[in-house]
Design a protein around this ligand. Structure first.
Ligand code: AMP
Ligand code: GLY
Length: 430
């Protein structure tokens, strides 16, 4: 089989790493790829929103399956375009991708189908939003203000009080900091607790959940500093107790699937549910993503025993109920090595040393923002540069293993968090 994978980050490297292990796969192409991906796949140069060129490429190169990594092409409707030409593609339709691409759509969906989430208000008019905060919002009450549309994970402003909320709505609705993504805003009750990510394969009717993961969004140790795309993750997380997962499997996801069917949404692919778990263990949905998470994928796929191609086939044919998906009973921890300065300004084109010094039984080296120069040197080309994933019998051993090799890689101004997965150890001790 021939695969075309769309995307160029650590998530796509992990997807391709897993696909490449399948006996069924003959050739993998990737657009736009990175230096690590180019060792496993033929990297091509078509923009992820250039659907005509992607279609032409898929037809000419006899692609059996296209696998979409990031949300933007899904939100633009790549799946509908490929399906209309009879091509097989892994991911939800444009309408399904609205669960991620429009927070107001997702919130309405949650309310309608009885999915627990924070209380909220929606506004499309700045003056109405301003008036709401000035007259109905207690001065010192916290609130979360969100741009409705896609904003690369940056469209959420955590406000400590009314004053900050007024600044946030001005930033989003008047200064248009996130462009048209901020034409509509959501103002949401601030929830406290532990955040976890539960991902599931969904074939439209059936689902199968993956080991629950925990991301680390802040740039600094002990969750300090700015929010990033994710500085590290681990799975499975002990915060997802058996009781909690039963609630997710028996109530929350069945309600979501029922809602999707009721709204005539063809959802085939990965559904990512971001949960906040409060101190009583009650889960609230913070967000949906319509794709694999990054860096969660880099800890989830190394735990997958089943051939990913089998899963892709069953998801697309709507027969996930006939497949017994198996996971290794191990733990995985990943640490993201970033460019100094990320998530703000950082330099690119810095030479990376030591990539070949790590053996696969120590850590898997996934590339995120890397490229090769003409001389064959590997250079940085993004904020998140390399992701190291170690697997062991338990979380503690996986943490020790990954941190024993992080120093083997270096590049000028390299930064990484030293405390990935410590939350799991604290939780276990509780
Ligand atoms: P979202 O893109 O909606 O998941 O928001 C991004 C991040 O903002 C989440 O991963 C949380 O860390 C935080 N966040 C979003 N909504 C809330 C909320 N209602 N209460 C507390 N934190 C939130
Ligand atoms: N790790 C968060 C995301 O993929 O959106």
């Amino acid at each position: 089989m021939n695969f075309l994978v769309i995307g160029n980050g650590g998530r796509e490297h992990a997807i391709i790493w897993k696909l490449a292990q399948s006996q069924k796969v003959e050739k993998i192409y990737c657009t736009l790829g990175n230096a690590g991906i180019s060792n496993l796949a033929e990297v091509i140069n078509i923009n992820v929103d250039d659907f005509n060129s992607l279609l032409k490429f898929a037809i000419e190169n006899k692609i059996d399956y296209t696998f979409v990594g990031p949300e933007v092409p899904l939100a633009l409707g790549i799946v509908d375009v490929f399906n209309a030409k009879g091509l097989k593609i892994f991911g939800p339709s444009k309408k399904g991708a609205l669960l991620e691409a429009s927070k107001s759509f997702a919130k309405k969906f949650m309310q309608k189908y009885n999915i627990p989430t924070a209380q909220y208000h929606t506004f499309t008019d700045f003056n109405l939003a301003k008036n709401f905060f000035e007259t109905s919002w207690p001065k010192s009450k916290k609130v979360v203000v969100k741009a409705d549309g896609l904003a690369s994970g940056k469209g959420v402003i955590m406000c400590q009080n009314r004053q900050e909320a007024l600044l946030a709505i001005e930033e989003i609705m008047q200064n248009k900091s996130f462009g048209t993504a901020g034409n509509t805003i959501i103002c949401e009750e601030w929830l406290e607790g532990q955040e976890i990510s539960v991902l599931a394969f969904v074939d439209g009717k059936h689902f199968s959940i993956m080991p629950a993961a925990q991301d680390h969004k802040r740039v600094g140790d002990k969750d300090t500093g700015l929010n990033t795309g994710g500085m590290g993750a681990y799975a499975p997380t002990p915060i997802a107790t058996k009781e909690l997962l039963n609630k997710v499997k028996n109530e929350i996801i069945p309600n979501i699937i029922n809602g999707l069917q009721n709204e005539n949404i063809d959802y085939k692919g990965v559904l990512y549910i971001g949960f906040m778990i409060d101190d009583k263990g009650t889960p609230y949905v913070l967000e949906f993503n319509c794709r694999f998470g990054d860096p969660e994928t880099q800890v989830i796929l190394p735990l997958l025993e089943t051939d990913l191609v089998d899963i892709v086939e069953h998801v697309i044919s709507g027969t996930l109920d006939n497949l017994n998906i198996k996971w290794y009973k191990k733990s995985a921890v990943c640490v993201v090595l970033t460019s100094g300065g990320y998530p703000q300004k950082y330099e690119k084109n810095i030479k990376i040393f030591g990539l070949n010094s790590i053996k696969e039984n120590e850590a898997i080296v996934f590339h995120a923002g890397t490229k090769k120069d003409k001389a064959g040197n590997i250079l940085t080309s993004g904020g998140r540069v390399i992701v190291l994933t170690s697997i062991a019998d338990n979380i503690k051993s996986a943490i020790d293993k990954v941190y024993s090799v992080t120093q083997k890689i270096n590049f000028d101004k390299m930064h990484y968090r030293k405390d990935i997965a410590q939350k799991a150890l604290k939780w276990i001790k509780k």
